[in-house]
Design a protein around this ligand. Structure first.
Ligand code: PLP
Length: 442
């Protein structure tokens, strides 16, 4: 660590093309993290930073867990890699079995990937293959939602609804979108799920009328929108979407890359809301962010429709070199043990009232126009500066980091998703730091 810290001024930053980053702005004034433990990061200049974002919504059990390191290191020495096409290794089966035990009812067939983006593209491909296997190969349309974020693969950006992630690229023909559910006029400053907007699920009826239900393969939504600024679903919205999909033979996919693994106080959002999709995409908290990995959970119905026919035939022509990587599985199994031992998959339910009270107490801070929360997710939305939309969000992130708090921002919305090990004093500290940063914001 000291080595890295001492090298700060000598780091050659030209070669590393950073993702989703203003590269030139960053490299002119870099923000470097060099260590992490529990709820805190440490910066290159030795300052402690409270992690308000679980890294990137992924370090649910907190940083530097020795149990995960102890599982991964020996695994790399015992079996560093095994091919997963027509070969197997025990940990992949063990991990899938352990995941099936915490999965929403019936979603117990698990396909491994290496990221959220790959999980999304995998789920979309499974949906297409499923309909073909059922003799409905004409069902090729994929429906996402405005403001949705489903990673950066071509499938994910096609069903995604964030214009900056789409405009420079090709998107799949046949993708269409429901309207988003953000409705500040009726729902601003709602605590938990907003009361208004369930009827926006009926947009699916409009798309069915436009395209024909028999052409639609799947609808994909984040049960709680994450990247676009934490939008809990209106009361009744997901139930309505589920009913419409079922009625019209359309598969429902929940993208649980953020909401999975305890973020809302249940293992998955599907259980929290009592709405079960046909496919569920995950990543991030799957390995506590310690190892790149994703997983798609499929219903028996979807799985069994595909896994049939001659026994010597490959049923799904899809997979990754690193699907079910032994070290990732070791990290994942160790992560699940931590979650179970420390009750982390339900801890957000206990902390949610404290969390809700703490972030809604910020409503009197300058520039705040909306606050949203569910489980251990939260967002504080600031009024954009008229001449510079997005500037306030960035400025808060920079100032908060200096004040010892890691904040994520999208435009002028600040998003929070602390590790699920956070305690009440740390919640108060997070809110107090933010209050003081907002007080100084122009
Ligand atoms: C809902 C959702 N889906 C997919 C992804 C993409 O995951 P990854 O960055 O691991 O590809 C993300 C990442 O934030 C996400 O929030």
């Amino acid at each position: 660590m000291n080595d890295i810290a001492n090298r700060k001024n000598q780091l050659d930053m030209a070669a590393y093309w950073m993702p989703f980053t203003a590269n030139r702005q960053f490299k002119a004034d870099p923000r470097l993290l060099v260590a992490a433990s529990g709820m805190f990061y440490r910066t290159d200049d030795g300052r402690e930073v409270l992690d308000g974002t679980a890294g990137l919504w992924c370090v649910n059990a907190g940083h530097g867990r020795p149990e995960i390191a102890a599982a991964v290191g020996p695994q790399l020495l015992a079996l560093d890699y095994a091919p997963s096409f027509q070969m197997g290794h025990p940990l992949a089966f063990d991990f899938a079995t352990a995941l099936a035990k915490i999965a929403p009812a019936g979603l117990d067939r698990i396909f491994f990937t290496n990221s959220g983006s790959e999980s999304v593209d995998t789920a979309l491909k499974i949906a297409l293959a499923y309909h073909r296997a059922c003799g409905q190969g004409q069902r090729t349309r994929l429906i996402g939602r405005e403001k949705g974020y489903h990673g950066v693969g071509f499938g994910g950006i096609s069903v995604g609804g964030l214009v900056n992630n789409r405009r420079a690229f090709l998107t799949l023909p046949g993708a269409d979108h429901l309207r988003h559910t953000l409705d500040p006029e009726r729902n601003a400053l709602s605590r938990g799920q907003p009361a208004h907007g369930a009827e926006r699920a009926d947009d699916l009826e409009r798309l069915i009328a436009l395209h024909g239900a028999e052409t639609i393969a799947a609808v994909i939504v984040e049960p709680v929108v994450g990247s676009a600024g934490v939008l809990p679903p209106p009361v009744g919205y997901l139930e309505r979407l589920r009913a419409l999909c079922t009625r019209h033979g359309i598969l429902l996919i929940f993208d649980e890359v953020i909401t999975g693994f305890g973020r809302l106080g249940a293992p998955f959002a599907a259980q929290y809301f009592g709405v079960t999709p046909d496919l569920m995409t995950t990543a991030k908290g799957l390995t506590n962010g310690a190892f790149p990995m994703g997983a798609v959970f499929a219903s028996r119905g979807v799985h069994d429709a595909l896994v049939q026919g001659p026994e010597n035939a490959i049923e799904l022509f899809h997979g990754y070199t690193y699907s079910g990587h032994p070290a990732a599985c070791a990290a994942g199994l160790a992560t699940l043990e931590i979650y179970a031992r420390e009750g982390l998959l339900t801890r957000a339910a206990e902390l949610a009232p404290t969390w809700e009270a703490a972030i809604h107490a910020l409503r009197d801070c300058p520039h705040v126009i909306d606050i949203r929360n569910l489980g251990l997710m939260g967002a504080v939305e600031l009024a954009p500066r008229p001449d510079a939309p997005g500037a306030r969000g960035y400025e808060v992130m920079v100032a908060a980091l200096k004040a010892g708090l890691l904040v994520r921002f999208t435009g002028d919305t600040l998003a929070f998703s602390p590790p699920l090990i956070i305690n009440e004093a740390q919640i108060e500290r997070l809110a107090a730091t933010l209050r003081s940063v907002l007080a100084d914001l122009k």
